[in-house]
Structure formats: C-alpha cells, structure tokens
Design a protein around this ligand. Structure first.
Ligand code: HEC
Ligand code: HEC
Ligand code: HEC
Ligand code: HEC
Length: 320
C-alpha cells in the first residue's frame, strides 16, 4: 500500500488522483480563517524551527522599520492605515492575520506563516490529522479513511505538501504581486513609491534554502534535500504557476514597471516550459489556464525531467 507520508512522489500521484476524483483539484476550496502558527507549533516543532530562520518570520519585526525601499513611503502611497500591520493592502501579503475569537477583528500575529502557504486552517486543522477518531493511530487508519481525510481537509482549505501546483500558485501570487483582491490603482501607486517586484523569482531557488522543511519518513529528524528529479519537477510546477499568475494580471495595470515585470515573467516561463517534450506543456503555453497547468503537473508526476530542464535549475549555492 502506498502511504501518504511514504514519499513526495508517491504522495503527489496518489493525492492528484484522489483529489481529481473528488473534483477538488480546482477552485472548490473553502476559505476559512487563520488560527495562527502557535496552534501548529504544538505538533510541528521541526517545521516551526525552520520557519523561525526565514525572512518570512523575521520580517514581522523589521518591515515597518525598513528604509530601503522605504516602507513608509509605500504605505502612504497605498492609502489607508499608516501602520502596515493594520493596512488592508499590506496585510494581504506581509502578515498572518488571526482573530482571537469568531467575530473579532483579525490582527497581524506574524509575517507570512504556515497558513499563508498551507491554507487558512480554521476548517481543516481538526480534520487533517484525524486518523478515524480518538485513539486511532496512523498505522491503523484504513486507506478509505485516509483518502476521505485528505479530500475533506483539502475541500476545507488545506493545501497538502504534495499539491505542488497549488503551493506554487500561492508563492507566485504574493511574490509576483498577483494576488486577487489587490486593487489596480493602489498597486500602481505602490510600484511608483518603490515597492519591489522581482520577475526572476523562481520556486526552486526560493524554496530550497532557508524555507525548506522536508521532515519525511523514514527519517523524520532529517530535513531532506530534494533529488535532481524532484527539483526538476518542482521547477516545472513553479514555471507553470508563474505563467498562469502573470497571464492573469499582465493586463491589470498600465504601470510601466509592473507591466514590464509581468511580461518578463511570461517570457521566462514560456521559455522554460518550451523545453519540455510533454504535449501538456505546449497546451499550457498556448492557453495559460489553471486547468492546463494542472494537467501538465499531473502528467509529469513521478517522471524525471532533469534531462529536459536540468540546465535551467539554479545552482544550490544561490538558494535563498
Ligand atoms: C494536534 C497535532 C497537530 C496540530 C495542532 C497540527 N497538525 Fe499538522 N499534522 C499532524 C499530524 C499527526 C500529521 C500527519 C497526518 C498524516 O499522517 O497524514 C499532520 C500533517 C500535516 C501536513 C501534511 C504533511 C504531509 O506530509 O503531507 C501539513 C502541511 C500540516 N500538518 C500543517 C499543519 C499546520 C499549518 C497546522 C496549524 C494550522 C497544523 N498542521 C496543526 C498533527 C498536527
Ligand atoms: C501582493 C503581495 C504584496 C502586497 C500587497 C504588499 N507587498 Fe510588500 N512585498 C511583497 C513581497 C513578495 C516582497 C519581497 C520581494 C522580494 O524581495 O523578493 C515585498 C517587499 C516589500 C518591501 C521590501 C522588503 C523589506 O523588508 O525591506 C517593503 C518595504 C514592502 N514590501 C512594503 C509593503 C507595504 C508598506 C505594503 C502595503 C502598502 C506592501 N508591501 C504590500 C509582497 C507584497
Ligand atoms: C513559504 C511557504 C511555507 C511556509 C511558510 C510553511 N510551509 Fe510547510 N511546506 C511548504 C512546502 C512547499 C512544502 C513541501 C515540501 C516538499 O515536499 O518538498 C511544505 C511541507 C510541509 C510539511 C510536510 C514536510 C515536513 O516537514 O514534514 C509539513 C508538516 C508542513 N509543511 C508544515 C508547516 C508548518 C507547521 C509551518 C509553519 C511553522 C509551515 N509548514 C510553513 C511551504 C510552506
Ligand atoms: C502571503 C504572501 C506570501 C507567500 C504565500 C509566500 N511569500 Fe515569500 N515573502 C513574502 C513577503 C512579503 C516577503 C518579504 C518580507 C520582507 O522582506 O519584509 C517574502 C520573502 C521571501 C523570501 C526571502 C527573500 C530574500 O530575498 O531573502 C523567500 C526565500 C521567500 N519569501 C520564499 C517563498 C516561497 C518559496 C514561497 C512559497 C512556497 C513563499 N515565499 C510564499 C510573502 C509571501
């Protein structure tokens, strides 16, 4: 039997099928609210320790004081609350927002955290680790229950580590300044006030350095590095997400800096995906939709593409 935690590749295939079967691989995900990283810390100590070493964590104390570029000038240009932690534009991407209890106003509790990448957890945190009721251990869980649990958590908003395209879209929406909900006029003002946008942002380079947490069995004490095949696969998921996110926003604003960055992202992603022999890659380049991106990512699951895109992978020494 293939178990979810027996390896990222097997998990990606199993989860892809399980979630596609339930019709949940699309946009059917519910939007809960964040419970905050302290809740996750109760059970995921190793992951929390990694997170505490990242810019995501450290920025909570530093962003509002940063001078280069000038956070104050950017927040003033955006309008609204002068404190980035309370400004409705900055909080879209810079902070994990948690309400103490239902109905309370959500407050910034940290920089981008667990749920910024894995999905707001109020509706899934009690489901995702429930093997079938009190006292039931992982080893005793039936395969049917496991499938059901994964589907339910996903429908309730959880992004599983094996759902590489969904995780990649999340990174790309923040890092590509492509988050839905970001007002076009506000965006243009932020850009002019010096807000950075880095079209060269690439998933392998940004996820395999300080951000990497891969404490998988058999040795859950080891933060494992990816194999060349896994890196190539992640690279492709990242390019697919880059293409889809850039295509969605390239027409959003006439701001010259923003437009140039999105056009660069489109061109880079097309060039990278153009190296692939899979017909799904060509279909995605021709029509950069979420559906086509998923088809490509599903089609390459478990395959070794390091021959096709290996030359484009960033050197390990450049990982952020
Ligand atoms: C009470 C303990 C507990 C809490 C609290 C908890 N988790 Fe988990 N989590 C687990 C267990 C146990 C698993 C393994 C489930 C399995 O075997 O599929 C897990 C699995 C996961 C996975 C998938 C791991 C994989 O290999 O696929 C992610 C991601 C995750 N948790 C994130 C979180 C986040 C984010 C939070 C906070 C919002 C959180 N968890 C809170 C116990 C917990
Ligand atoms: C769409 C997501 C998004 C929004 C909205 C957003 N930012 Fe950012 N911001 C980012 C990302 C991603 C970076 C990191 C870019 C990089 O260096 O790769 C960043 C970087 C910055 C930096 C430079 C990094 C530093 O710590 O010096 C400042 C300053 C900044 N943002 C201020 C703001 C302010 C103020 C607001 C609200 C008006 C805001 N941002 C809204 C995504 C966003
Ligand atoms: C920047 C985005 C990001 C943040 C922040 C983040 N994760 Fe993850 N997480 C990922 C990605 C990507 C993977 C998939 C890793 C892989 O399989 O290569 C992952 C994998 C995992 C796993 C399975 C691997 C393992 O380490 O056991 C767990 C559990 C998990 N995350 C929990 C958490 C918790 C808890 C936090 C907060 C302390 C957190 N994550 C913060 C992106 C993130
Ligand atoms: C909710 C929005 C958001 C998501 C999702 C997100 N990030 Fe970030 N990330 C930011 C912001 C904002 C900054 C800049 C913080 C600062 O400098 O103050 C940042 C900074 C970083 C940095 C530090 C960059 C540097 O130049 O040192 C890395 C690395 C990074 N993110 C990787 C990732 C990866 C990989 C993912 C997805 C697995 C991801 N991020 C998802 C918002 C996000």
């Amino acid at each position: 039997m293939i178990t979810l935690r027996s390896g990222a590749v097997a998990a990606a295939i199993v989860l892809g099928l399980v979630l596609a079967g339930a019709g949940l691989s699309g946009a059917a995900r519910a939007q809960g609210t964040m419970v905050g990283p302290e809740v996750c810390a109760e059970c995921h100590k190793a992951e929390v320790q990694v997170w505490e070493g990242t810019v995501h964590f450290k920025s909570f104390r530093e962003l509002h004081k940063s001078k280069d570029p000038d956070a104050k000038a950017i927040v003033e240009a955006a309008g609204g609350d002068k404190n980035p932690k309370k400004n409705e534009t900055c909080t879209l991407c810079h902070y994990a927002m948690v309400a103490k209890k239902e109905g309370d106003e959500a407050k910034a509790v940290s920089g981008p955290a667990c749920e910024s990448c894995h999905g707001a957890a109020s509706e899934w945190v009690k489901i995702h680790n429930d093997y079938g009721g009190p006292g039931v251990k992982a080893a005793d869980e039936t395969p049917e229950h496991k499938q059901q649990r994964m589907q339910q958590a996903s429908a309730a908003g959880m992004i599983w580590p094996a759902q590489k395209f969904d995780i990649a879209m999340n990174c790309m929406n923040c890092h590509g300044m492509a988050r839905p909900g970001l007002d076009a006029a506000v965006l243009a003002k932020m850009m002019d006030a010096g807000h950075p946008i880095k079209p060269e942002y690439e998933l392998v380079q940004y996820s395999q350095g300080t951000v990497r947490h891969r404490f998988y069995p058999p040795d859950v004490t080891k933060n494992a590095e990816m194999t060349p095949a896994e890196l190539a696969n992640l690279f492709v998921a990242g390019q697919a997400a880059k293409l889809v996110s850039a295509a969605a926003v390239v027409g959003k604003s006439d701001n010259a800096k923003y437009k140039a960055a999105q056009e660069q992202r489109l061109a880079d992603a097309k060039a990278a995906l153009g190296k692939l022999a899979a017909p799904e890659a060509k279909a995605l380049i021709d029509a950069p939709t979420v559906e086509n991106a998923r088809k490509l990512v599903d089609a390459i699951a478990g395959k070794d593409l390091s021959g096709e895109v290996g030359g484009l992978l960033p050197a390990a020494g450049t990982y952020k």
